[in-house]
Design a protein around this ligand. Structure first.
Ligand SMILES: [Zn+2]
Length: 272
């Protein structure tokens, strides 16, 4: 499943193609929006935003809310390009003078009024979105210091979108490595220095993944490892999917485990 940085990059691409443009053609075959083409036709696309894993496209008076779940995907093509063949089911097609944007296979699609957004059940429970380029450290540190989350283990907490939105599975492993924290630690056991390290790592790791297209190690290190023949999967992260390989920091072996039902990789020596 795509994580925050991937959704934000998808939003950037949709924004480039649609924002400020007029919808010239629309198709809405999916049940929750069927027959609503008239609400898009002739309207301007005012903004495109990602909120955690949801996409919000403001068109005319409405906001098109979609959550991709596991299989949903947006594609964008120039009007002049040949239509790509796909087995996916079309959910919505939005066309401007120059581009065609299609959402495929998603099942969570709604048309909302702008005032309804903050009360939407998915949006309302989101914590600060660490993949959002405008977020600063303040709200992240506030969550880390919030006693409400104190009894939770870091490995479970980091996948909870009401704690920090935008973090998914590879980011969980990478954030804990960058913060130097053992995945089974409880939030309330952190010293104030460790709280600051966790907040900083959550924000900087996710933002780096956004700018480097999913790579969480330094670009120079990534390129060096690729030149040495390592696969993208083994070169792009510090610990995630690197079990059995040596840690870039201490040269100990990376350990693999499953927590919250999903893979987690970490360095026993660097994370305490
Ligand atoms: Zn290490």
């Amino acid at each position: 499943m795509p994580e925050g940085p991937e959704i934000h990059r998808a939003a950037d691409n949709l924004r480039k193609a649609l924002e400020g443009q007029i919808i010239t053609h629309a198709e809405c075959p999916y049940t929750t929006i069927r027959g609503q083409e008239h609400r898009f036709l002739g309207q301007e696309v005012i903004s495109v935003k990602a909120r955690s894993k949801a996409m919000l496209i403001h068109i005319g008076d409405d906001i098109l809310y979609s959550h991709n779940q596991l299989y949903g995907r947006w594609t964008i093509q120039k009007v002049t390009s040949k239509e790509r063949k796909t087995n996916r089911s079309l959910r919505i097609k939005l066309q401007t003078e120059s581009h065609v944007a299609c959402l495929w296979s998603a099942t969570d699609i709604e048309l909302l009024e702008p005032w309804e957004i903050e009360q939407h059940p998915y949006i309302a429970r989101l914590g600060p979105d660490v993949a959002d380029q405008d977020l600063d450290i303040g709200p992240v540190l506030e969550q880390v210091q919030n006693p409400k989350f104190g009894g939770r283990q870091l490995c479970h907490l980091l996948l909870d979108q009401s704690f920090l939105a935008g973090v998914g599975n590879y980011l969980r492993s990478e954030i804990l490595f960058n913060a130097g924290l053992d995945p089974t630690r409880r939030l309330k056991s952190l010293t104030s220095d460790e709280q600051a390290l966790l907040a900083e790592a959550a924000l900087s790791t996710t933002q780096l993944a956004y700018t480097q297209k999913g790579v969480t190690v330094d670009k120079d290190l990534y390129e060096l490892l690729r030149e040495q023949g390592m696969s993208r999967r083994q070169a792009r992260h510090f610990v995630f999917t690197r079990d059995g390989l040596s840690c870039h920091q201490c040269e100990g072996l990376i350990t693999h485990t499953r927590l919250s039902g999903r893979r987690l990789d970490y360095c026993e020596r660097c994370q305490v």
